[in-house]
Design a protein around this ligand. Structure first.
Ligand code: OAD
Length: 236
């Protein structure tokens, strides 16, 4: 690969990059997410209907991040290494709400679907770092209002975060790499079309809904394919 031609890199990751760290993907074969229908736990309507269930669900996901077996894998680490070695612009956009990219050392990182380790107050809009369980009746540490705190997760029907910054980077991207995402959820699934001048590479264990939009396909587990690609890009 003639890497000196590439200056600006945008990388999109999805649940597949964290699968080998022990975090389940969304679209497992039973169509359920950790035994729940997505519409029962990942919509504003679900939260309104049954806040206990939704908080319990995200409490379990949040506490999984403290499991000593859940660690960044070779793919997360390779992306952090690429960022540190890269001289052009580098942006990592993740759909994942886990903290594994950050723990691997990635810095220029945007969580477009929110973060498990943050919560948000519906009353004062304050975003608060939160690593413990969240009770439905908890008071907001900022404004003191009770029962107004929710996970800082983008649910179906809500606007993803950081879209202006992401669109700006895609427009300039010379290189777009999509890793471990099924291409089912927009707007992320449309990023490949917006990176109009980029060389586009997809890494996945299988073909996806959007594979045809990519020029190169690396089929295999992220923990193997991402470090291999990073070594190639860095010319090692
Ligand atoms: P999905 O569960 O839809 O897709 C995971 C993808 O990872 C699939 O294409 C798998 O083939 C692939 N995969 C699995 N193991 C892999 C491995 N070891 N290496 C490489 N690829 C692997 O997850 P996302 O595409 O991330 O949104 O889902 C997108 C969004 O839908 C999520 O952010 C979430 C969800 O509903 C919200 O919560 C708003």
């Amino acid at each position: 690969m003639n890497t000196h031609l590439f200056k600006n890199i945008v990388i999109l990751t999805g649940a597949g990059i964290s699968a080998e760290s022990g975090i389940r993907t969304f679209r497992d074969q039973d169509g359920l997410w950790e035994n729940h229908r997505i519409e029962d736990v990942a919509t504003p309507e679900a939260f309104h209907r049954d806040p206990e269930l939704v908080q319990r669900f995200y409490n379990a996901r949040r506490s999984q991040l403290k499991d000593p077996n859940v660690q960044p894998n070779a793919a997360h680490l390779a992306l952090a290494e690429l960022e540190h070695a890269w001289e052009g612009d580098f942006l990592l956009v993740t759909q994942n709400v886990d903290n594994l990219h950050r723990r691997a050392g990635s810095q220029n990182l945007l969580h477009m679907h929110g973060r498990l380790d943050q919560i948000r107050c519906l009353s004062c809009e304050e975003v608060i770092v939160w690593t413990e369980d969240l009770a439905v009746n908890e008071s907001c540490p900022q404004c003191g209002i009770k029962a107004a705190l929710r996970p800082d997760i983008v649910w179906f029907g809500e606007m993803p975060h950081h879209m202006d910054e992401i669109y700006f980077a895609l427009e300039k991207a010379d290189y777009f790499i999509s890793i471990g995402t099924s291409g089912n959820v927009y707007p992320a699934a449309g990023f490949v079309q917006l990176a109009w001048k980029a060389r586009k590479i997809e890494i996945n264990v299988k073909d996806t809904e959007i594979s045809r939009a990519f020029q190169e396909h690396l089929i295999g587990p992220a923990s193997i394919e991402v470090p291999k690609l990073v070594r190639q890009i860095l010319g090692e």
